[in-house]
Ligand binder design. Structure first.
Ligand code: KE4
Length: 437
């Protein structure tokens, strides 16, 4: 079952060296492991469903680079494609076939997409989509939802989820009040609140941006009718609807949440899976909107490494493998089995818990639930989560080191891995309840 007690990961000298030259010793705050009271994992390599630290210890990986690795670590089709591409050059700064082929694939798979612009991160994708929406409508305000995270562009750091929530940051210093004033917020899943915002600000609203399945406050699925309600509200107000599918794209269905739930946005942002672990993201939509983007239109956006040939090769190889194997139903079944197993272990121990799986995204909250919004997520027992987290990690299971993140699954995770993980979760709950760690 468990691999027995382990030294806390990152106990190596790397933590000290990293903290001497990088803020918090990390390249992104959520990797710091602060909220769970452990030194950060220093990864050395990944293989299938497992990640290995600098001391060679292996962990079943449910973070999967925060979503991109739907085929698991070092998936052979992806590695071969990137290796082949690298032999032809790292970057051209010129057009190349790979970006066209990947854009064609996205247009074929994602209902609301006819035209694509590649960028290098989800943040670039969402900030560019908002700029385009503001240009197309001539309006300035945007509406986002509490607990949703759309990257770290100034206007999004308002009641954001993910690392902002994990670190309990009051949004972020450095963002001008004049910028934050352009971002309105409402509770997730609350159409009445949306209607109230639109009643007051509708004529000035450029866009509503939403995670169609919220994955940055833990996992919060949309309530029935919520997404179509947003579609209808935007139509009434003359605002654009942006689905931020950076996380949900190719995870909750092949065509993302817009395929699964049948509500079509005006603009879509994609990332993570679309680059298979390389820095690839995109914003996309119908031709009449996307043609406003330079050089065809006046909306400026650019990027030295956008459409990078290695990223395109990685994304294409991953999506081609998803097309060949069609693993979506099997992934959802496994994710559901995992959540049900963890919830059953909690119930058997009298621990209040709720959770869900949507496609290959999943989440568990240590609170009675159900959780429909960020306030509900914040009611979860953070202390118990931290003790449970440490006990899972010591037993070789690597979950996202925050209660405000979703979990993921890859095609490399087996039924035996799920059974092992559920058993470890039960042991970890016992340890957490005993206050043993
Ligand atoms: P990036 O700029 O980190 O590539 O993407 C931003 C982003 C946009 N939209 C959604 C729905 C996202 O989930 C993200 C990034 N997700 C976080 C994890 N919750 C990335 C992990 C990190 O910040 O290191």
């Amino acid at each position: 079952m468990s691999a027995g007690p382990r030294q806390p990961a990152g106990a190596s000298d790397w933590v000290r060296r990293a903290r001497a030259v990088m803020p918090g010793g990390v390249s992104s705050p959520v990797r710091a492991f602060g909220p769970v009271g452990l030194p950060p994992l220093f990864a050395a390599r990944g293989e299938g469903a497992r990640i290995f630290d600098d001391a060679g210890r292996g962990y079943l990986d449910y973070v999967l680079s925060w979503g991109p690795l739907i085929l698991g670590h070092a998936a052979p089709p992806v590695v071969e494609a990137v290796t082949r591409a690298a032999r032809d050059g790292m970057s051209f700064g010129a057009c190349h076939a790979g970006e066209v082929e990947l854009a064609e694939r996205l247009a074929a798979w994602v209902p609301g997409v006819e035209m694509v612009r590649f960028v290098n991160s989800g943040t670039e994708a969402t900030m560019s989509a908002v700029r385009l929406a503001r240009a197309a409508t001539g309006r300035d305000l945007i509406l986002k939802f509490e607990g949703c995270y759309h990257g770290h562009a100034d206007g999004f750091l308002v009641v954001a989820g993910s690392g902002v929530a994990t670190l309990s940051l009051p949004d972020s210093p450095g963002v001008p009040a004049a910028t934050s004033a352009l971002t309105l917020t409402a509770p997730y899943n609350d159409l009445e609140a949306v209607d109230a915002v639109l009643a007051e600000h509708g004529p000035r609203l450029a866009a509503v941006i939403v995670e169609p399945v919220a994955g940055n406050a833990g996992l919060i699925p949309p309530r029935k009718g919520f997404l179509q309600g947003l579609r209808d509200a935007c139509d009434r107000a003359g605002a654009l609807l942006i689905f931020d599918e950076v996380m949900t794209g190719f995870r909750v269905a092949r065509g993302g949440a817009q395929e699964r739930y049948g509500a079509t946005p005006d603009l879509t942002t994609l990332g993570k899976v679309v680059g298979a672990g390389l820095p690839v993201a995109a914003y996309a939509g119908p031709r009449d909107l996307m043609r406003r983007v330079a050089p065809e239109g006046p909306v400026y956006q650019a990027g030295t490494l956008s459409g990078n040939p290695l990223g395109m090769a990685a994304g294409l190889a991953q999506l081609e493998e998803l097309e060949r194997t069609d693993p979506f139903a099997a992934l959802e079944r496994r994710a559901s089995t995992l959540v049900e197993g963890i919830l059953s272990a909690a119930r058997a121990r009298g621990i209040p818990a709720c959770g869900a799986a949507v496609g290959s995204m999943w989440g568990v909250f240590f609170t009675e639930g159900p959780v429909f919004d960020f306030d509900g997520a914040r009611r979860a027992d953070a202390e118990l989560f931290a003790r449970y987290y440490r006990a899972c990690f010591e037993r070789g299971v690597f979950f996202a080191p925050s209660a405000f993140e979703a979990g993921f699954l890859s095609t490399a995770h087996t039924d035996a891995d799920i059974e092992n993980t559920v058993a470890v979760a039960g042991e970890a709950m016992d340890a957490a309840l005993a206050g043993a760690n």
